[in-house]
Ligand binder design. Structure first.
Ligand code: BG6
Length: 449
């Protein structure tokens, strides 16, 4: 198997330690990544190879540390914002890399540095390998708005072709999110169920209990709309609403997602809600970050003008420092026009797709309690954990494995990113008219009266 040189921009960052290193360990174990591969972390601080490797390994479980003991992890000091950036990387690679290595650049930095990094890679002829592929991965957010993401894409395409570009959204690798297509497109029953004739509304929720943490600087610019809604929530929306792709080609799959995104329509300002948890102000003060009215909570209502969904409200909700961390897509079905049991309450039929902490799929139905003879709501449950055993794959390992194989299905195509930015821009334009609440940490902003 050909070795790969992984060059990590943002190599000392949180994502590298928390997500990327464990993912590379999994890939080594699975033998998806050749053991003779090489990982080079790039950062501004002066570190030796050994201190860098230790700083990455120290947070990993003992098993992972053992797997990485003989794996080459090196450090390259560089300030990618500077003019002569990456000047010495070519010589460094010549010294350490096998001539036949593939190259994977991973940009876990601010999007503002993407063009400079890409240009420097090109300038120093690092963007092409004679005997292997060269691929580049971009962390989200891909830009700040439509114009900046357009500009980014143009500058990146001057150097890399689309087949070598991977825009990552880790929600696309979450198990139930991946299962959405299987569920929809292999079970004809869902083709009829998921239709405006039967569906009252849809809710897509990603609540978090933690706050912004040590990412206040980034978050002040992003807020919930750009940090979560523009990517994760709208991607899940596209997957749930998209029609069956016209073929099995990856491009047809992306076409169908784009079609769904382009048919989304924003409801009027009074139907949305933005909010901020009360301790956010103090967090800014402590971190010496200027306080802004950044939203840490967003509820946004959309409709989709595709014939299948016309008129069905789609409610997206996400926020930090809420009651608990959970992610769920719920299709709420319409009630009966008249109940055969008018004296008893009928539960709403729902299709519930858990994203986390569980990865279950449930169908909520009314049944008869054999003891009381009364109506009882139950969930028909599919639990992958009970059925197939615990799911040990992690999202970043899935996605990085796909990058190594050159598979684009679980990555976002640029027109999807554009369509999502267009939606966020429309929300931004009505921002001043959208109600804004301050919510106490750990409470539900929608319950403030
Ligand atoms: C990231 C956001 O993309 O997703 C974070 O930047 C958020 O703010 C995180 O906390 C949530 O991911 P997960 O997988 O923990 O639900």
């Amino acid at each position: 198997m050909q070795p790969t040189t992984i060059i990590l921009f943002g190599g000392t960052g949180d994502l590298t330690k928390r997500k990327l290193l464990p993912a590379f360990t999994t890939l080594l174990r699975q033998k998806t990544l050749a053991p003779s591969s090489l990982l080079i972390g790039i950062g501004r601080r002066p570190l030796t190879h050994e201190t860098y490797k230790q700083s990455l390994l120290m947070n990993l479980p003992a098993d992972d540390q053992k797997s990485l003991q003989h794996f080459s992890i090196l450090y390259f000091q560089d300030d990618v914002g500077q003019k002569n950036s990456l000047e010495d990387l070519s010589a460094f690679l010549k010294q350490h890399e096998t001539a036949t290595s593939n190259r994977l650049f991973y940009l876990a930095t601010s999007y503002t540095l993407f063009p400079q990094i890409v240009q420097a890679l090109h300038k120093h002829t690092l963007d092409k390998q004679k005997d292997g592929w060269t691929r580049i991965v971009f962390e989200k957010p891909f830009g700040y708005d439509l114009a900046s993401s357009d500009a980014l894409d143009i500058s990146i395409h001057k150097v890399f072709s689309e087949e070598n570009i991977f825009r990552i959204d880790h929600y696309l690798a979450k198990e139930t999110v991946q299962n959405l297509n299987v569920l929809k497109f292999t079970n004809p029953v869902f083709d009829n169920l998921l239709h405006k004739a039967l569906v009252a509304h849809i809710t897509i929720t990603v609540d978090e209990s933690l706050g912004v943490g040590n990412r206040l600087g980034y978050y002040a610019e992003a807020g919930a709309l750009k940090d979560m809604l523009q990517n994760h929530l709208l991607q899940m929306t596209a997957l749930l609403l998209m029609e069956r792709p016209s073929s099995l080609a990856v491009s047809a799959f992306h076409d169908a997602k784009v079609q769904a995104l382009e048919h989304l329509h924003i409801a009027s300002a009074d139907q949305h809600l933005l909010g901020q948890y009360t301790s956010y102000r103090d967090e800014c003060k402590q971190a010496k970050i200027p306080y802004t009215k950044t939203e840490t909570f967003a509820k946004i209502v959309l409709t989709c003008t595709l014939p299948r969904w016309k008129g069905v409200p789609i409610i997206l909700r996400t926020g930090k420092k809420l009651l608990k961390k959970y992610g769920q897509l719920i299709v709420h079905f319409k009630p009966l026009s008249s109940s055969p049991f008018p004296e008893q309450t009928l539960a709403e039929n729902q299709l519930i797709i858990d994203v986390y902490p569980e990865q279950d799929i449930k169908l909520r139905l009314n049944t008869r309690n054999p003891t009381t003879g009364l109506l009882a709501p139950i969930n028909l449950l599919f639990s992958p954990k009970s059925h197939f055993g615990p799911n040990t794959s992690d999202e970043y390992a899935t996605l990085l494995g796909d990058v190594l194989r050159g598979e684009h299905l679980l990555f976002t195509r640029f027109d999807e990113v554009q369509a999502a930015w267009k939606i966020v821009e429309q929300i931004e334009q009505m921002r001043i008219k959208i109600p804004f609440v301050l919510y106490a940490d750990g409470t539900d902003p929608e319950k403030i009266t």
